[in-house]
Design a protein around this ligand. Structure first.
Ligand code: PHE
Ligand code: ZN
Ligand code: CA
Ligand code: ZN
Ligand code: ZN
Length: 289
């Protein structure tokens, strides 16, 4: 599977930081920093040949939007989705939360487009708005789809916070029925010799909107406000008794608030899952009429 470029992923984070800095220090819903973030990601995906759609919706903080990008080959009845939220809180630039997941999904999508692979399934990547206001973008997206369109989505993989400065390597599926994606995530860590832990994230990110319709979901997470335990520090390094991300939802969530090893591992795992799901055999069901 691919080696996703850490340098390119970091370059996306630098761009999101510049956007925040130029727009009052944040990329919050309803503010110029969010609109500029959408324009940045859309421009990269358009240039790479993705078909992009901006879906706008209103919130108590003003208008927000989701950016949906589809790679225009593969079986339209078998949609595989990866995504994360692009908005920050109002306190800061939101570079770990969630520039990191956004940059990893973006760079993996660009790498796939450049790879010359022929997707068997329809690859769709999503950048959600207003997650920080209560998962509004992903909920809006799901409520906008017909039953037929919902049924086409075979999996949704969520990436929210993958570069925490005192990182852990957590895997969730948040789906009581269980699904293969969680095992594929843990197998990648195991193959790399990276210890991992399951976590129950209690529906705290955008995969919850998919799960509520019974769509299989999974994701990775490098930790937020919770303190790293001494046993976790023993297996992962870093600092026991300190938060995985001490700058979570704070003004210090800048490009300094990223662990490069965690970001690189997270981006490579996103790329691995993207390649895997683009080629997965779901059979060929007929087009709905
Ligand atoms: N969604 C949370 C936020 O944006 C962070 C989080 C991500 C929590 C993943 C749990 C799991 O603030
Ligand atoms: Zn791989
Ligand atoms: Ca890499
Ligand atoms: Zn957040
Ligand atoms: Zn988040």
């Amino acid at each position: 599977s691919p080696d996703i470029s850490l340098a390119n992923t970091q370059a996306h984070l630098n761009q999101l930081q510049s956007i925040a800095t130029a727009n009052g220090g944040n990329r919050y819903t309803g503010r110029a920093g969010y609109t500029a973030s959408i324009a940045y990601v859309k421009g990269k995906l358009d240039d790479a040949g993705f078909t992009t759609t901006v879906q706008t919706f209103s919130t108590s903080a003003g208008q927000s939007s989701n950016l949906i990008a589809e790679w225009p080959v593969g079986h339209a009845n078998n949609v595989v989705m990866l995504g994360g939220h692009l908005d920050s809180v109002s306190n800061g630039a939101g570079i770990n939360d969630n520039g990191s997941g956004s940059a990893g999904v973006l760079e993996s999508a660009l790498a796939y487009a450049a790879s010359g692979q022929t997707a068997k399934n329809r690859l769709r990547v999503a950048f959600w708005g207003a997650e920080e206001l209560g998962l509004l973008g992903s909920k809006h997206y799901m409520s906008s789809l017909s039953t037929t369109e919902k049924n086409r989505i075979k999996v949704y993989l969520n990436f929210d916070m993958i570069g925490s400065p005192n990182p852990g390597y957590f895997v969730y599926d948040d789906n009581p029925a269980g699904n293969g994606a969680r095992d594929e995530l843990t197998a990648w860590y195991t193959a790399k010799g990276i210890p991992w832990e399951y976590i129950d994230v209690q529906g705290r990110s955008d995969h919850a909107a998919f799960r509520s319709y019974g769509i299989p979901t999974a994701g990775i997470f490098s930790g937020a406000e919770t303190l790293k335990s001494s046993s976790q520090a023993q297996k992962w390094g870093g600092t026991a008794g300190r938060a995985f991300d001490p700058c979570y939802h704070s003004s210090c969530d800048t490009t300094s608030n990223i662990n490069a090893t965690a970001l690189d591992r997270g981006a490579d795992l996103i790329g691995h899952m993207l390649w895997l799901y683009a080629a997965k055999d779901y059979g060929t069901t007929p087009q709905p009429t």
